[in-house]
Design a protein around this ligand. Sequence first.
Ligand code: ADP
Ligand code: MG
Length: 575
Amino acid sequence: MAEGTSKQGGAPEQELTDGFHLIIDALKLNDVKTIYAVPGIPITDFLRMSQASGIRVLSFRHEQNAGYAAAIAGFLTKKPGICLTVSAPGFLNGLTALAHATTNCYPMILISGSSEREIVDLQQGDYEEMDQLAVAKTMCKAAYRVLHAADIGIGIARAIRSAVSGRPGGVYLDLPAKLFGQVMNAEAGKKSLVKVIDPAPAQIPAPDAVKRALDVLKGAKRPLIILGKGASYAQVDDLVRQFVEKSGVPFLPMSMAKGLLPDTHPQCAGAARSTVLKDSDVVMMIGARLNWLLSHGKGKTWGDAPKKFIQIDIEPKEMDSNVEIVAPVVGDIGSCLTAFLSAMGSKWDAPPAEWTNAVKTKREENVAKMAPRLMNNNVPMDYHGALGALRTIIKERPETILVNEGANTLDLARGIIDIYKPRKRLDVGTWGIMGIGMGQAIAATVETGKPVLAVEGDSAFGFSGMEVETICRYKLPVCVVIFNNNGIYRGTDVNKASDDPATTVFVAGARYDKMMEAFGGVGINATSPDELKRAVNEALDSGKPTLINAVLDPAAGSESGRIGNLNPQSALKKK
Ligand code: ADP
Ligand code: MG
């Protein structure tokens, strides 16, 4: 008799299964290996059974962090990351991550237990009552509810296909408590399960679209390629490299596309960003969007020279979202780049040397200007001294996955720390949200087996800080570095109106390292770049959960980092 089946008393005898087992069997049939979750009614037993069945369950302290873990697991694996939560409040906590996954095009499935339909729909006040499906619908790519055990197989199959096909995104799956205990014939149950065949089918671009794009690229005098995190997601790293190198065009990696080709690659224009955005005449977007992160493709950032945009994207609606796309190429990046490479033939002329040399010169100038600042060993540390140390560490250990959030900590680390391998930089994504840190750090090492260095602003860390207990509990090779400048943006604001502290400052001289020690991890207080470097190297060598409190000058940092311009200004504010 198979595990989880039982004989019913009386004749005729039949083997039974139930909702619990069918959900687990359906997930396993579709190669789900890990669930990120917070237990509670009605999913506690479900998680125990999942663990017993061989699925790895990472049990978190807050659903939002479990959700961010699932979302980034989806990004790293091209399979939906699974997050499980309890009903109403747990579901709502997970919802931020589901919306985040959808916005970032990460495949993820949020599965939440829910209370009974009969009671919810009559609004009779059930335990944790909420019409979760209705709430979720506006925040994700698709939302489904399963009411009958016999539909579990098809429900999970739909959720998986919806998450990963086309433009990936978040899917909500609503499982009312009663479903888990529903019983059905084991044989019929087994037959009802669906293994999703070809969940993300290739989308081949039209040949005339490829030709149109190549014609535009060929005619360019100052071409630029922008690589986005869609290109990282696609996991066609060799094709990306071949295409970029064959084209000879300078490339600019968006934040999470860094490392697709090394930031030190001769064609990388990362250190000449403003110049290439301004001066280019043809811009080819590969898995990147012209959203706020690229000033919507217009305005000062892009200069006065007229631009022509080529765009490769799996989502047809993305074309012309902000500016005219003269050469839209709709398809998956692997199929598109394959088509481009074959249409380019054996000989392809590099862009004018005048342009590539100008980019190179600008880049070298900027790198040289930055270099001395990164070598300072000042106490208290400034951002450049601290990041200079971490930059060397990533250079020496390019397999390490860098997780990064904060304001100044994010903006400066993005520019300063070179990345050498694909999908080794995970950050705040499209929304620029704070709170992804510990969830992403946990999933990154769980999914890849690689060590993680999480570089966190002290404020950003606060959103997910309790998960250091999770890191210690699962003994994960995660080294968290907190850039502690005593506050949000800076620790120097003063409230002159009352005895209350200013809204942006935290307890001065806080020792975040003690938090790690409380759970059996290694905590270190580092006051100079040298100390910081030593501590991080030790942590990465030992693989022990470590938290380093990097003491920064409280006056280091600027308001909102590089995006202070997005703050509205009161017309009445005293100058
Ligand atoms: P970035 O922030 O790096 O610019 P975005 O998340 O804004 O990246 O853009 C990623 C784009 O990549 C999205 O428009 C998405 O539709 C697209 N995309 C994701 N996966 C693929 C894929 N496999 N093939 C083609 N396009 C993809
Ligand atoms: Mg700070």
